[in-house]
Design a protein around this ligand. Structure first.
Ligand code: HEC
Ligand code: HEC
Ligand code: HEC
Length: 120
């Protein structure tokens, strides 16, 4: 009886370890993307974008990813295909939120051209 008990115990431990390993690998597949990025804006000059800071402050991915998918180069691709107009993300996503926050006298991001567009 004692031996059966210890075999069962070992099997239980193996099951627990496998479950923990699975939980870790599932957590590891959550892709939050790059911490910081540089967004292409043609001749106007690239735009520095602190991605993680926005994720932490805003909480909801959909503020931006309802407009374009969670893929590097997604905005460029959609602009090239005509699915997004030039400046559409800038106006409807970035600027509209920064302006709204400013109006509410809350910490806001830049609203002036030069603060976002940095000449190459
Ligand atoms: C304030 C806007 C904004 C928010 C909020 C946001 N993202 Fe993003 N995300 C972007 C932009 C901009 C890009 C770059 C798209 C491009 O390259 O065209 C991007 C790209 C990505 C990418 C692909 C690029 C990479 O580095 O792998 C992933 C993955 C991603 N985001 C995940 C998330 C997740 C998960 C959340 C929510 C926790 C989130 N994002 C919230 C703006 C945002
Ligand atoms: C909060 C940051 C931000 C501010 C402020 C901002 N822009 Fe932008 N701008 C962007 C981003 C990001 C893009 C790329 C995405 C897009 O085209 O919507 C862009 C794209 C553009 C483009 C299109 C470039 C191309 O060839 O596709 C032009 C032109 C432009 N901006 C001009 C301006 C002008 C003029 C101002 C000031 C009135 C301004 N931007 C203010 C972030 C900003
Ligand atoms: C839903 C709201 C929201 C959206 C969408 C958003 N931002 Fe912001 N952004 C903020 C807020 C709030 C801050 C100020 C955070 C702080 O000061 O703690 C900020 C700050 C910034 C800063 C200044 C960061 C610093 O540390 O100096 C930049 C640059 C910026 N945003 C760029 C962008 C660009 C580019 C986009 C579009 C791709 C964008 N943001 C979209 C809310 C937003």
């Amino acid at each position: 009886m004692k031996r059966v008990g210890s075999i069962l115990f070992i099997l239980l431990m193996i099951a627990l370890i496998m479950e923990a390993a699975l939980a870790i690998s599932v957590a590891g597949t959550d892709n939050n993307g790059a911490e910081e990025m540089t967004l292409d804006a043609g001749k106007k000059g690239a735009v520095w974008f602190p991605h993680r800071q926005h994720q932490d402050n805003l909480g909801d991915c959909m503020h931006c990813h309802s407009v374009f998918p969670k893929e590097a180069g997604a905005i460029q691709k959609m602009k090239a295909e005509g699915a997004l107009k030039k400046k559409q993300v800038m106006k409807k996503v970035c600027l509209s939120c920064h302006r709204k926050m400013k109006k509410m006298k809350k910490p806001a991001g830049p609203t002036s051209c030069k603060k976002c567009h940095r000449k190459k």
